[in-house]
Each structure stands twice: as C-alpha cells, then as structure tokens.
Design a protein around this ligand. Structure first.
Ligand code: BGC
Length: 810
C-alpha cells in the first residue's frame, strides 16, 4: 500500500542485508538501544555511523538543550494546520531538513499527529487538528518535505496519546471504529502518501496493551495492512519489557544507555526467550533507516542532492501570516493610519512556542512590539503592559548574563559553559568539555542581572535537589527542593519555587549565583541534570496596570491588546484545568474595549482559550504560538501588507459547552466513550454553537460562492473575490450522509483547496473527494464498509458557513 519499491530501494535492501549478515548478536542488540539521550551507537565494522535524533516539531533543537545551539523556530503545529496548506507544510519540512543537516541530525522526532480530542490536552499546540483528514494531509506534507531533504521523521505518538495526565501509564479505552476513523487515520494517510522512515510509539496503553508492545496495532495494522517499512522508535523511556517490546514490533528503545534492549536483549536471545530472527527484523529496520539518511556506507542515501537552500526567517514569517486566523473584524483591520496603543506583557516578551520537548532556541525572536515599532511611523506607537499573564516565576531571560561553572568534589573548576537563558539541561553525554559524570559535583550559574524595572524582584529555582541561591551578596536559600510529581521530566515542566526577594534599581546590575549539587541516581534511565534560575519582575498593582493601559488606549486611535497563555498553561507534561486566559487579561480587554471602541485583540496561544469579551471588541486575531518571526508577521497583518490567511483547524468554544472534557483517567483508565464524536462532529451532534466554528477565518476580502459541479467524486467550486483586494480562499467541502445515522457524524470534512483571486476575479477550486469519506469502519466484519446511498456535498467557508450544496449518489 505504501508505494512500490524502486530500484534504489532494492539496492539499499541489498546493502542492509549485507551489513546485517556481518553483525553478531551483541552488536545487533546494542544497535537497538540508545547509546545516550539522542543517538544510536556507531558500528564501524559495517560502516554504520551513529544515528542522531532530535526534537521537533517546530525546529531542530539538536543534541544540546541550550540557546547556544540555536534553531529556526517555526510557528506551532496548530498554526501550520491553520494554513490548511499541505504544500506549505512540505516547505516547512524542507527547511527543517536543512536545519537538521546543519546540526548533524539524521532523524527529526516529529510530526505530532495525535488529535485534538479535548481542548484540555496539554500538548494540543503541538498537534494539528481535531480532524483526522486535515491532520493527515498536513502531516504528509511535513513528512514529505523533511524526507525530501534526506532526513528521517518519526511520526508520533502512535497512537491515542491525546492528553498528558498519567501519560506514562494511562490505558486509553478506544473502540475499534474510533481508532480507525479518527486516531489511526492520520498515521494511515501519512504512511500511504509520504512513506515515513520512522514512527514513535507512545507511552500510553491502548485497550490494555502499552504501545511499545502493541503487536496488533504495530505489526498487524501499521506494518501489515499499511505496509510501513520504517523504524519504530519508542517514546523516551516508554519501553518497559524486553520480551514485550520485541514481540510488539519495537525496533529501538530510547534513550540509553539503560534500556530493555542492548545487553538485556542479547541475554534474552541466549536464554531462548527471544528468537534471533526477531532481533534481525528490528536491526533491518534500523539499518534501512540508516541507509536512507546516508549513515550506512555502501548504501546510496534516499536523497543525494538536497533541495536548494531555504531562507528560514522568511519562511517562518510567511507561515506565521498564513496561519493567523481573523475570527472577527468589525472594520478595525487592517489598521487605518493613526496612533496605536500596544498593550500586553506578551506584546513585549513574545511567547513564540509551547513548552516541553518541543522547545527550541531561535537565534532571534521578533516580538509584537519589535514588529510594530519597525512597521509604524515613528511616534505613533505607545506600549503598556496592562496585565501580566505569568502567575509565577519564569526561567531567567531578559536582563541576565550568566554562565555555568562546573566543580569537582574538592571545589576545583573542571569546566565551564555558557548558560544564556539561566537553564541547564544536560542529558547523557552532553556535558561541557573536561567534565564527566563521575567528576561533576556542583554546577554554579553565575553572572549578573540588570533590571529594566525598579522594585522588589523575586528570584527562584526550578528543579530538584540541593541548591544555594545568592542575590546581590546575600544568600537567600541553601536547602533541598523536593519533587511534586513522578514525571521523570519534572525539572522541565515543574513550577519554579520563589526563594529570594531583592529590591533593585532599573539599570543597575547585581550579582546572582545559583549553585546546584548534582546527583545521578543509579536507577535513572539517563544521566541528566536539569535546573534553572527563575525570576519575576516587581509585581505592580494589577488595577494600576490596567488603568495605565486604559489611559494609553483612550489616547490612541486603535488599541491592540495581545493576550497570551504561558508555559505553565500550555505544555507537555500536564493537561489544562480550564481554558481561561491566565491573570487579569480578561479584565484588561474589557477595560480597554470600554475605553476605545477600536480595540483589536491578538490571541497568542497554541490552543483554544475562552474569549468572554469577544463580541465587545472590534477585531479578534488568533496568532497561535507564531514562531520566531511572529511579531514581524503580526505587523504585516495588522498593517494590511499581508492578509491573515488562516482557518481554524479546531473548534474554539467555551469549556462548559465543549463536548469532550474527560482527560483524567479513573483507576488508570480513560474511556474514549464519545466514540467518533470529537471536535466539530461532537459540537454538531450536541446542537451547540461554538464561539468560532471549525474552518472559520475571515481574511481581508469577501468571497461569493457561485457554483458547485460534481462529476463522480470530483467537485468543482467557482468562487468570486467580491472584495477590493487580492486574496486567498480555503474552499472547504463537507460530506453529509443523506440518510440520518445516529452513529455517524452529520457531516465531515471531505476535501479542501486553496484559490487566489484578484478583486472581481473568479477562481475554480477542484477537489477530489477520497473514497474513504464514504466509508465507515464496520466493527462486525472488522473492515471498511463503503456506505452506498445519497450524500450531500456542502461547500463553504467553514463548517458553519456552507454556501453551496450538491448531491452525489454512490
Ligand atoms: C516526548 C516526545 C519527545 C521525546 C524526546 C518525550 O517525553 O513525548 O515527543 O520526542 O520526549 O524529547
């Protein structure tokens, strides 16, 4: 199913078999286990280089968790999906392959194609959509792009990893029909259309079996039915049993060196518990991956000439403006000439990406304040904080100059490293020159902080273990911080603890020092140190901040308020408790809107938030986590240089109305009792109206839907640009079964296409409706069933704005 083998594939297979034949059991077992956090061992005897993997998905972090090793940061995956443009996703992939090659990375740990089952999912920002068809096509575009650059992907997390609560152990109970029609569907589309070289199996269980041991889903469906011939890599620390993993079709257990493969696997073969042939199967998959990415001598890589160089900053900016969704516009946008009050903490300190393993460190970020300052005439912009969404301390950033000093037990300096963002994340072999796990005793983050505000500053610590914190010569903390969760990555996601307060003066630097006594527990799967110096600026009276913003808004022609979530709201590692904007941001918007009828709100979040004031403001623009060039793209869109091109890839509505809100397991189990009814399928069934419907997005021009013609499964839709500027329209097709079937969604996305047209011009969108759109998974026969009958084709601007209909009989 996943394409036929080419001559080059055959040649690679021959090289793989030859290499395999030269390996002994121990080497084979070793190859299947990470040698450290991000790599597999090299096997020089067969000309195999060490395979290097890296997160993903908005950039390529590389093997080091530091701002010293920057990567382009593209907009969040939700933003990429909001472009509804698989070709743009492909171009994003090409750029990421370029980044990967630059950093010596062979395999990108991306894309994330789990679904937006519930808006409470903490990693929502990192996945594409609530719709499997849109997810599959964006994912396929992304994978094709990355792999066209000769770099592998691991489509993740296979499967049903749609929330974070108890993510390592949760047993998701998912009916076969929902699995096939929703959760497996994007993986299937990607395997079929883009032939991924890898998948990553998830932490969770599905119907009683953990995904790293799921023979049925991995061997039978993914490999057997779909013909996936790539490498199956475990999510980090997900593999738990040597036998279970081998039998379940897991090829590589990451990270290392302590894994269920390696020595344990060789021993299991020697004890007669595992057939060596099963090890060979896994090794073949790893060698095939290595051959494809050019890490196996004697095998021609899948790509011999990488695509032409891409300008990362330009592409990041393009994807951002193409992703912004204008959900409401009462004539306020584009901005008319005049003065602007720019309001919001995130307008100055840009929130460009979501938290967790998806974090990358760009070389630069353009905040909305930077972007608008550059775009607007001098003197026409005034800034006010208005409200600070951060309810707690954040990792030290702006104003800090820090480096890390490593000492041994005797207090001797054994190495140093730069630590530009006050955060240490050293995993596995990633240690400064001269430092080893055996000699490293303490790490001191030391340097200066120059405040931009006068007042009482709070300093704190993120991480576990023994710390000493000194600010301006005074030691404020010298104790041990304990754990408040069992996630092994808690130091990445946990809350920083406030530990010191100091009265400081703007512009006057003070010395800061945070020393951590490291410890490497014997049973930890990876030797890792992770901690950070955290900080919070003086907390001004929230009412006073709002009053200041109101005054700025009143004096300006337009008020632009940027509201945002924080990485304590949207992150890997935990789910969301509600969909509220943190802090006093709702109060801020209401107060500003009352003072200036021309208030534009920019919503800077990776996933849905409630916007209770949305009818009281002149415009609402969703900017997602817009990546490093977000502020420049925002200025382009606000000033009208560019049209906001996005359409919602997921329904936005209030939590109280949201159909699926259960993300917390009971006794370890999470039943997906809603079956196939998630997202718009569920809103439709419940007869509820969300704040903004799936597919909605206004752009800057108007479109008339003129005609819909059907010829077999091909639909031709003619639309006319009736506005006064050129534009791009995403023509959407929904398929509604003629006969009501309570078990089937009333309608589902069955195709879409982009057209562009000048004012007054007509354009034609041609959409081929896939056969699958007419099929359901029949749980009785355990097969796809083509449902004959009459269907209504509904063409429109969103699922709620259907302009033309036609009938198709199949
Ligand atoms: C995440 C993966 C990620 C891996 C490596 C895991 O915790 O679930 O998405 O690729 O870590 O960082």
């Amino acid at each position: 199913m996943a394409g036929t083998r080419t001559q080059a594939d055959e040649a690679r297979e021959t090289a793989v078999e030859a290499a395999l034949a030269r390996l002994g059991l121990d080497a084979k077992a070793r190859l299947l286990a990470g040698q450290d956090m991000w790599t597999l061992p090299a096997l020089p005897e067969i000309g195999l280089r060490s395979l290097v993997m890296s997160d993903g998905p908005v950039g390529v972090r590389g093997v080091r968790w530091t701002a010293d090793d920057p990567s382009v940061a593209l907009p969040s995956p939700t933003a990429l999906a909001a472009t509804w443009d698989p070709e743009l996703a492909r171009r994003a992939g090409v750029l990421l392959a370029q980044e990967a090659r630059r950093k010596g990375v062979h395999v990108l740990l991306a894309p994330t194609v789990n679904l937006h089952r519930s808006p409470l999912g903490g990693r929502h920002f990192e996945a594409y959509s609530e719709d499997p068809y849109l997810t599959g096509l964006i994912g396929a575009g992304y994978v094709s792009g990355v792999q066209s650059g000769g770099v592998g992907t691991t489509v993740k997390h296979f499967v049903a990893n749609d929330a974070e609560t108890e993510r390592f152990t949760v047993n998701n109970l998912v009916g076969e029909r929902a699995l096939r029609e929703l959760y497996l569907a994007p993986f299937e589309t990607i395997v079929e259309n883009a032939r991924p070289w890898g998948v990553m199996t998830a932490y969770n269980s599905v119907n009683g079996t953990t995904m790293t041991e799921h023979r049925y889903l991995v061997n039978q469906i993914l490999r057997g039915e779909w013909g996936f011939d790539g490498c199956n890599v475990s999510d980090w620390t997900a593999a738990r049993s040597t036998l279970g993993a081998v039998e379940g079709g897991l090829d590589v257990a990451m990270p290392g060196p302590g894994t269920v493969y390696g020595e344990a696997l060789a021993a299991a073969v020697r004890a007669g518990e595992v057939e060596e042939a099963a090890v060979d199967t896994a090794v073949r998959n790893v060698l095939r991956l290595a051959a494809r990415v050019g890490a196996l001598e004697g095998a021609e890589p899948a790509v011999t000439e990488p695509p032409a160089q891409v300008d990362g900053e330009a592409l990041a900016r393009e994807i951002a403006h193409r992703s912004f969704v204008l959900v409401r516009n009462q004539g306020a946008l584009p901005l008319k000439p005049g003065t602007v009050a720019l309001i919001g903490a995130a307008a100055r300190d840009a929130r460009i990406l979501g938290g967790g393993s998806a974090t990358v460190f760009p070389a630069r970020t353009v905040s909305p304040l930077d972007g608008l300052t550059a775009a607007l005439p001098e003197g026409s912009l005034r800034y006010a904080v208005g409200a600070d969404p951060a309810t707690e301390l954040a990792v030290a950033g702006q104003g800090f100059v820090l480096r890390a000093i490593c000492r041994d037990r005797a207090g001797q300096v054994i190495g140093t490293a730069s630590a530009p963002n006050g955060q240490i994340q050293w995993m596995g072999a990633d240690l400064p020159d001269g430092v080893t796990h055996d000699t490293l005793h303490t790490i001191e983050l030391t340097g200066t902080y120059t405040p931009r505000e006068t007042g009482r500053h709070t300093f704190g610590i993120k991480g576990l273990g023994a710390f000493t914190l000194t600010v301006a010569g005074t030691t404020h903390y010298d104790d041990v911080q304990g754990a408040d969760g069992d996630d092994p990555f808690i130091s990445f996601f946990g809350a920083p603890e406030p530990r010191a307060e100091a009265g400081l003066t703007a512009g006057q630097p003070v010395d800061v020092s945070l020393t951590h006594v490291v410890s490497f527990p014997e049973d930890a799967p990876v030797k890792a140190v992770g901690f950070a110096l955290a900080h919070q600026e003086p907390q001004r009276d929230p009412d006073e901040l709002i009053a200041e913003a109101v005054e700025a808004a009143r004096a300006a022609d337009t008020a632009v308020v940027v509201v945002a979530t924080t990485d304590r709201v949207e992150s890997e590692g935990f789910d969301r408790a509600d969909l509220n904007l943190p802090g006093r941001q709702d109060d801020l918007v209401r107060a500003v809107a009352a003072a200036n009828p021309n208030t534009v709100v920019v919503v800077n979040s990776g996933s849905p938030v409630e916007l209770p004031w949305r009818e009281d403001v002149a415009a609402v623009l969703l900017s997602w986590f817009p990546g490093q060039e977000g502020g420049a793209a925002l200025a382009d869109v606000l000033t009208g240089v560019r049209e906001p091109g996005g359409r919602l890839p997921t329904t936005w509505g209030a939590l109280a109305d949201a159909p699926v809100t259960q993300v917390v397991p009971t006794d370890g189990e999470l039943p997906y009792s809603e079956g196939v009814f998630i997202g718009y399928r569920a809103w439709d069934r419940a007869g509820r109206t969300p704040s903004y419907a799936f597919g909605h997005g206004l752009g800057y021009t108007e479109w008339a839907y003129q005609s819909l013609e059907l010829d077999g499964r091909t639909a031709r839709i003619r639309v006319r640009n009736t506005g006064d500027r050129a534009g791009r329209e995403v023509v959407q097709l929904y398929l509604a079964p003629g006969e009501r079937d309570a078990e089937r969604p009333a309608r589902a996305l069955a195709g879409f296409a982009q057209v562009t047209a000048e004012p007054g011009e007509t354009a034609e969108a041609v959409v081929e409706i896939p056969r699958r759109a007419f099929e359901i998974w029949d749980e009785k026969t355990n097969s796809w069933s083509f449902v004959k009958g009459s269907y209504e084709i509904q063409a429109g601007r969103s699922i709620a704005d259907r302009r033309l209909t036609g009938t198709i009989n199949v």
